[in-house]
Design a protein around this ligand. Structure first.
Ligand code: YSA
Length: 338
């Protein structure tokens, strides 16, 4: 059996060899815990000296104390060596792999994106396709084909950013930043035959005096369904279903008459939200003139359409009280959404 004094010496040699292998500050700390820590090997050996027979105690105690003093000294020396080496490497631009990594900031989705994806998923589930169209649009699609001819008073509903490009010979404007996603109704009907069931998400622009609920750039999601025998009841059921999936199964909705030149009849839909009715979209049965302008026979085909503002919906869902926050690029606002 090893004498206690020899055991302390063996432990000392083992610890010195391990210390030579420790090359980084973290390894030094593990070494310290293993040998000199409160439950370390040498600390245990020192504690066990008291249980030895008196004749062995003195030699064993001296050996263990000597080993402890040596190891503490060597630890301090080794730490200084390592720190000096690291400092030298750092000065030479070398990589210190022992430093904790820099946190990578996690990207977030914009609240408009979150809500638009949610809306699109709901309509995709109902069998609607998704289409996109140009933000720079012709007067023809934004107004004319939607039953809003030149000088129609409804043009005042859409405060328009006109573009200088493609001015008519008489100087009149022909191109604009689209004021709504509805021009895509005309583009899609012009390009394909019924049946049509499509939603069109996208950016819109209006020359607005901005306030808490009006921005000059915002999104809309347009919906269009055209086929034989499409009725107002179909419109109501699709929108009712949407509202319940988006806002919860007990959501109450209200339809009221509204006027848009491209539908007849036209409605707005509001949902009951925190004790109040809040309008979230305009809708209606596609006007016969719009069907005709796209080359469809209104005696054969009928359709419904709707247009909603995702920012207004996001305001309801997240309790945002000013729409201008969406484009203010303020991280304190944007970092709240996932
Ligand atoms: C109506 C009938 C249809 O068959 C199809 C579509 C429509 C909607 C129509 N094209 C339209 O633009 N109506 S709207 O002017 O009332 O806007 C629809 C939604 O867009 C509004 O309910 C609102 O949510 C959003 N919106 C409009 N102007 C906005 C705005 N959001 C933010 N800022 C603005 N300035």
């Amino acid at each position: 059996m090893t004498a206690p004094a020899d055991y302390a010496a063996a432990l000392r040699d083992e610890a010195l060899a391990a210390l030579d292998r420790a090359g980084v500050p973290g390894a030094l700390e593990s070494w310290r815990v293993e040998y000199l820590g409160r439950s370390g090997k040498l600390t245990a050996a020192l504690r066990s000296v008291a249980q030895l027979p008196p004749e062995e105690r003195r030699a064993a105690g001296a050996a263990a104390n000597e080993a402890k003093a040596l190891l503490e000294r060597r630890l301090a020396e080794r730490r200084a060596e390592i720190e000096a080496a690291l400092a030298q490497n750092a000065g030479a631009g070398a990589l210190d792999v022992t430093l904790p990594g820099r946190p990578v900031p996690e990207g977030r989705h914009h609240p408009s994106t979150i809500v638009m994806r949610e809306i699109q998923a709901i309509f995709r589930d109902m069998g609607f396709q998704i289409a996109e169209g140009p933000e720079v649009e012709w007067d023809k699609y934004n107004f004319e084909m939607l039953n809003i001819p030149q000088d129609h008073p409804a043009r005042d509903m859409f405060d328009t950013f006109w573009l200088d490009a493609n001015r008519a010979p008489d100087g009149g404007f022909t191109t604009l930043l689209r004021t709504h996603t509805s021009p895509m109704q005309a583009r899609i009907m012009e390009a394909q035959e019924p049946p049509i069931r499509v939603i069109i998400p996208g950016k819109c622009y209006r020359y607005e005096a901005t306030d808490a609920t009006h921005e000059s750039q915002f999104h809309q999601i347009e919906g269009l369904a055209v086929d034989k025998g499409v009725t107002f009841a179909n419109l109501k059921s699709v929108l009712y279903d949407f509202a319940r999936r988006m806002f919860g199964p007990d959501t109450r909705v209200r339809f009221r008459c509204d006027y848009f030149p491209f539908v007849e009849p036209g409605v707005d839909m509001a949902i009951e939200w925190r004790g109040d009715w809040l309008e979230i979209l305009g809708a209606g049965m596609v006007h016969p003139n719009v069907l005709r302008a796209a080359g469809y026979d209104p005696a054969v085909y009928s359709g419904f359409a709707f247009g909603m503002g995702p920012e207004r919906i996001a305001m309801l869902k997240y309790g945002v009280n000013d729409i201008r926050l969406f484009l203010a690029n303020d991280h304190r606002f944007l970092s709240q959404f996932r």
